[in-house]
Write a protein that binds this ligand. Structure first.
Ligand SMILES: [Fe+2]
Ligand SMILES: [Fe+2]
Length: 211
């Protein structure tokens, strides 16, 4: 990760601390994480279902679905009356979250399309790269968030979830390096481009946290 990205990540703990200091905002934030996990799970099942579907795919899709439920329930731990659903009014900048995911997906596909014309390999690598880049970002956020939850004595902790994401990352990395001879350069380049998309998304979240 480059210098510029690290500088932008400096605001993450403050923004998260501001969000959790307000129960309404905290529940909305948890529901936004639930949405992102749900989009991830749905995308894995939609794009990776074929005669080649492996145990790894089933495990990832299942665990992302469980993470979506975990965050949804956590929102109700903070606010028992919290409505279920993903309406924009139940999210922190819901449109920005959806745009972040969609832009990343487009970016990865554009990069891979020229290099891997064969459809099966292309689709599988698109899943591996999109998910890896997003999960590396998620680890930065989840680690900072978990620390703040701990400092604030919150009943919510992300210990198990973080362990599962670490498992996904190492399994996907093994597959990426097996299939793509330029995996480390490609991943570095995609992470650099993701940092710009994330900066715009995080700017929106920071603005919200000041409310
Ligand atoms: Fe997840
Ligand atoms: Fe994951």
């Amino acid at each position: 990760m480059g210098q510029a990205t690290e500088t932008k990540n400096d605001s993450i703990p403050q923004v998260l601390q501001a969000i959790i200091s307000n129960e309404t905002n905290h529940a909305l934030w948890l529901n936004t994480l639930s949405l992102l996990e749900h989009i991830g799970s749905r995308k894995i099942l939609l794009t990776q279902s074929s005669e080649d579907t492996s145990e790894m795919i089933l495990r990832h899709a299942t665990e992302e679905a469980r993470h979506a439920l975990f965050f949804k329930k956590a929102a109700r731990t903070i606010q028992p009356e919290f409505r279920s659903g993903y309406q924009n009014s139940s999210l922190v900048r819901g449109t920005a979250a959806r745009i972040y995911f969609a832009k990343l997906d487009t970016l990865v596909r554009r990069n891979l399309r020229k290099v891997f014309p064969e459809e099966k390999t292309f689709t599988y690598l698109a899943y591996l790269y999109t998910t890896t880049v997003i999960e590396k970002r998620a680890m930065v956020i989840y680690t900072a968030y978990d620390e703040i939850l701990n400092q604030n004595g919150s009943p919510i902790r992300l210990t198990n979830l973080i362990l599962e994401e670490e498992g996904h990352l190492s399994e996907m990395s093994a597959e990426m390096f097996r299939l793509d001879p330029n995996a480390s350069e490609r991943l570095a380049q995609l992470e650099e481009e993701e940092a710009k998309i994330f900066a715009r998304f995080w700017h929106q979240i920071s603005e919200f946290s000041l409310n």
